[in-house]
Design a protein around this ligand. Structure first.
Ligand code: BGN
Length: 380
């Protein structure tokens, strides 16, 4: 399909070249005078009191819808009219997916900036009550139209139940507003070994794909809450880094190829880069390794604008069992040599349990003792 699109685009390009329109010849001085006149008129119009509409029109011409403008000083409650919105979407009969027509290209349920509630009593039973449309295992499909996109959201986890409740409180309604067919997978690392975020994400990919051929797999930190429901959990041409602007970094990228927090890949993109590394035990570096893999596999990172890709991080103390990984610098220097040899193709783990909870599929895994990094082993 992708190849087909490429071929079609090239074809169109060649066609458009051959469609050159014959223009009359004007004296350059006349052209210059006309252009100056037009510029003067435009400036006059924009400066005038009635210029508001013209300014908005020009802004709409030069910024895409996804860039806003968004007013983050007046966010909206993410549950605003949610159930009514889902019920009133037209279509034939609830649950009978076969006879439903496709959902609109742009969901009419989207709100833009949403308020992030990080105080007050939020627990899983409250989240369940607020999300009557979510099925066991944390699955959902729009009730009145056929979703155009599907995604699995993988959340690596250990001992962060309060954060998980806050995340699900916001994420479920966001995904429903986006009219996606989706499921949420929480991958719990058993035991007290050092945490291994990237390996848990590899496990999540494999476990999610056992259920369904998802269009897109998202890898989501448990402590990052989306601030705009127009930041779509849909894959892009290149591996997508969703969390372009986090409050903790002053809503900008901390550095150019940052790939941490929340990202989404198609199964093809993920397999092309041999998944993620299994050997980063403890905090840091694994996201940079993943970014390197994207580039080494010949792909480009795709990212929403920093106006759209906003996330709030839940403040917390440093995790026990997730000390900074002292090997990360040497390991990162080895990605180029290692990425094909280590990743999805060397993943091994033992699944201890898999249950359908009301809000997510809960998978507990033994991912083994922390090995030494293969980069170092290969070194000698
Ligand atoms: C970087 C970390 C990332 C982390 C970001 C943001 C490393 C490797 C050092 C070369 N990378 O410094 O893993 O997500 O900070 O906190 O430590």
């Amino acid at each position: 399909m992708y190849l087909l699109k490429q071929v079609n685009n090239t074809h169109l390009f060649h066609n458009s070249k051959s469609l050159a329109i014959k223009m009359p010849r004007w004296h350059p001085a006349i052209l210059l005078a006309l252009a100056s006149l037009q510029l003067a008129c435009t400036l006059l119009l924009l400066a005038s009191e009635q210029g508001g509409r013209a300014r908005r029109f020009l802004a709409a011409l030069f910024t895409s819808e996804e860039d806003g403008p968004f007013d983050y000083s007046h966010p909206v409650d993410v549950y605003t009219n949610l159930s009514a919105g889902l019920e009133n979407m037209g279509g034939k009969s609830i649950g009978d997916q076969v006879f439903l027509s496709p959902c609109p290209v742009v969901s009419p349920l989207l709100l833009g900036p949403i308020s992030v509630q990080l105080s007050g009593p939020v627990n899983l039973s409250i989240v369940s009550r607020r999300n009557p449309w979510v099925l066991p295992g944390g699955r959902h499909s729009p009730p009145r139209c056929k979703a155009r996109h599907s995604c699995a959201v993988v959340i690596p986890h250990r001992n962060r139940e309060p954060h998980l409740a806050f995340l699900l409180y916001h994420l479920h309604p966001v995904l429903q507003r986006q009219q996606l067919h989706y499921a949420i997978y929480v991958i719990q690392q058993a035991g007290n070994q050092t945490f291994n975020r990237a390996k848990l994400m590899n496990v999540g990919f494999k476990e999610a794909m056992r259920d369904e051929e998802w269009d897109c797999i998202f890898f989501h930190d448990v402590d990052l809450i989306p601030e705009n429901d127009r930041n779509l959990y849909i894959c892009a041409d290149g591996p997508k880094h969703m969390a372009a602007a986090m409050d903790k970094f002053g809503y900008k990228m901390p550095y150019k190829n940052y790939f941490g927090g929340v990202s989404g890949l198609t199964p093809e993109q993920y397999l092309k880069m041999n998944g993620f590394p299994n050997s980063y035990w403890g905090w840091g570096g694994e996201d940079d390794d993943i970014a390197n893999r994207v580039l080494l596999a010949g792909m480009k990172i795709s990212r929403p604008s920093i106006r759209l890709g906003r996330y709030k991080m839940i403040k917390h103390k440093h995790d026990a069992g997730n000390a900074a990984n002292p090997n990360r610098f040497t390991m990162l220097a080895q990605t180029r040599r290692i990425w094909r040899l280590e990743g999805m193709n060397t993943l091994n783990y033992r699944r201890l349990s898999r249950e359908q909870q009301p809000l997510y599929t809960n998978i507990t895994v033994d991912i083994g003792p922390s090995e030494r990094a293969p980069a170092r082993r290969l070194h000698g």
